[in-house]
Design a binder for this molecule. Structure first.
Ligand code: SF4
Length: 366
C-alpha cells in the first residue's frame, strides 16, 4: 500500500517545533539560544534536502540512530543491546563512521542519535566527527559514568553534542537496574555538566512499574532544577523473553502521550516520547519512515529493537541502503505495523519481518 506523504509534513512540523521550543527554553543563556537559532536554520536546510530527494523518489528519514559500539562498561538488567545477537563484526572505523554521518547529512538527515553499548567509549571519535559536521544534532545516549571533567570540558566546546543520561527513576531504581553506585556517578556527571553550562538531557525507560515515578512532576522538577532540559521517555520493549509484563498497556500509552504533550506546553524543557504518538503519524516510524538504525558494524536496520538487515554502509552508499529490499518491503507494508501496542510494532511482528529477510535472500539467490 503506497502511503500518503502527509505524515512526513507532520513529522517535519514536529522537528521544526522542537527547535523553536529549544530556542524558547534557552533564552536565559544567550549563547545556547543562539546555537539553537543556527541549528533551527540547519534543520530547515536538511528538510529541504529531503524534500528535493523525495521528488526524485528517494525517501530519507529526518532521524538516524547510530549504535557506534557494542562495547559497554556496565551490564544492566534487560539491556537490549546485549541481548540481541548481532553478528560479531568489528565496529565501524572512525573513517567509516564519518563517511556515514556525512552521507546522512548530505541526504538531509538532521538529527543522529548516538547509542551503543556505551557511545562515550568512543568519545574521541565522536567529538572529532561532530566537529566535522556541525549542522547535525548528536544526542548521545550514555550511562553517564564516563563523563569526567576533561570530557565535559571538551563537550562544552561542541554544542551539537548533547549528552542524554539514561536513568530509571530515583537513585534506587537506577542502581537496581544498572548496578550499585551508577546513579551516584550519573548525578556527579549531571553536576559537572551544569557547572559547565552544557545543554543536556535524560532518557527514561518507561515500564508498567515506573511510569508513575517518571511522570511525577516533582521528580521531573528535580531534574529540571539540576539543569536537565531534554527528556526522552522510551517505552520498554520486551526484547528479553518473559518481560512482556513490563510493557505499557494501552491506557498507560495514552497517558504517556498526553502527559508528554502537556509537559511540553508547561515546563521549561523538551519532552519527547519514543516511539511516541505513532498512531498520529500513521503507525510505526521504523525502516526509514521516520528513522533507521545503523548497527556498530554498519548494518542498516529498521530499528534498534529489530536487528534485521539486508544492507551495510560498508558495502553500499547510505542512499542505496535506505532503498534496500527489506526496508522498502517494510515501508510498503507499514499497514501491518499500525498496531503499536506492546512497545514496538516491529518486535511484535518479528516473524513477518524475518519472512521478508528469507524472501530477500531467496530473491538474491535466483
Ligand atoms: S549502559 Fe546501556 S548498553 Fe550498557 S549495559 Fe546498560 S543498557 Fe546496556
Amino acid at each position: 500500500m503506497h502511503e500518503t506523504t502527509e505524515y512526513i509534513h507532520l513529522f517535519d512540523d514536529a522537528v521544526r517545533a522542537l527547535f523553536s521550543d529549544a530556542v524558547r527554553i534557552t533564552l536565559r543563556d544567550p549563547s545556547v539560544a543562539a546555537f539553537f537559532v543556527r541549528m533551527r536554520r540547519s534543520q530547515r536546510a536538511a528538510e529541504r534536502r529531503r524534500a528535493l530527494l523525495a521528488e526524485e523518489g528517494a525517501h530519507v528519514p529526518p532521524f538516524m540512530i547510530i549504535s557506534v559500539t557494542g562495547r559497554c562498561n556496565l551490564s544492566c538488567a534487560g539491556c537490549y543491546a546485549q541481548v540481541q545477537q548481532r553478528q560479531e563484526e568489528p565496529d565501524m572505523t572512525p573513517t567509516e563512521l564519518l563517511s556515514v554521518v556525512q552521507q546522512g547529512h548530505d541526504l538531509g538527515v538532521g538529527i543522529m542519535l548516538l547509542a551503543g553499548g556505551e557511545p562515550l567509549a568512543r568519545a574521541d571519535d565522536l567529538l572529532t566527527i561532530a566537529r566535522e559536521v556541525p549542522d547535525v544534532m548528536f544526542p548521545v545516549f550514555t550511562n553517564g559514568t564516563l563523563l569526567d571533567e576533561p570530557l565535559v570540558r571538551r563537550i562544552r566546546r561542541q554544542r551539537n553534542v548533547v549528552p542524554v543520561i539514561s536513568l530509571e527513576g530515583h537513585a534506587a531504581e537506577t542502581d537496581a537496574r544498572r548496578g550499585e553506585g551508577v546513579a551516584g556517578q550519573a548525578q556527579a556527571a549531571i553536576a559537572r555538566m551544569r557547572r559547565a553550562g552544557i545543554f543536556f538531557g535524560t532518557s527514561l525507560t518507561v515500564t508498567r512499574l515506573n511510569i508513575d515515578t517518571v511522570l511525577d512532576e516533582k521528580y521531573l522538577g528535580s531534574l529540571l532544577d539540576v539543569g536537565c532540559r531534554l527528556f526522552f521517555f522510551v517505552e520498554y520493549v520486551p526484547v528479553h523473553e518473559g518481560t512482556e509484563s513490563l510493557v505499557l498497556d494501552g491506557a498507560q500509552r495514552a497517558r504517556l502521550a498526553t502527559a508528554v504533550a502537556s509537559l511540553q506546553k508547561r515546563l521549561p524543557g523538551l519532552f519527547i516520547a519514543f516511539p511516541g504518538d505513532e498512531e498520529a503519524l500513521g503507525g510505526c516510524l521504523a525502516a526509514g519512515r521516520g528513522f533507521i538504525h545503523i548497527s556498530p558494524s554498519g548494518r542498516v536496520e529498521p530499528c534498534p529493537f529489530a536487528p534485521y538487515s539486508d544492507a551495510s554502509v560498508r558495502d553500499v552508499p547510505l542512499r542505496d541502503a535506505l532503498a534496500s529490499p527489506l526496508l522498502m518491503a517494510i515501508r510498503d507494508n507499514h499497514d501491518k505495523l499500525t498496531e503499536t501496542s506492546g512497545g514496538c510494532a516491529l518486535w511484535s511482528q518479528r516473524e513477518w519481518v524475518w519472512s521478508l529477510i528469507v524472501d530477500v535472500d531467496e530473491a538474491d539467490a535466483t
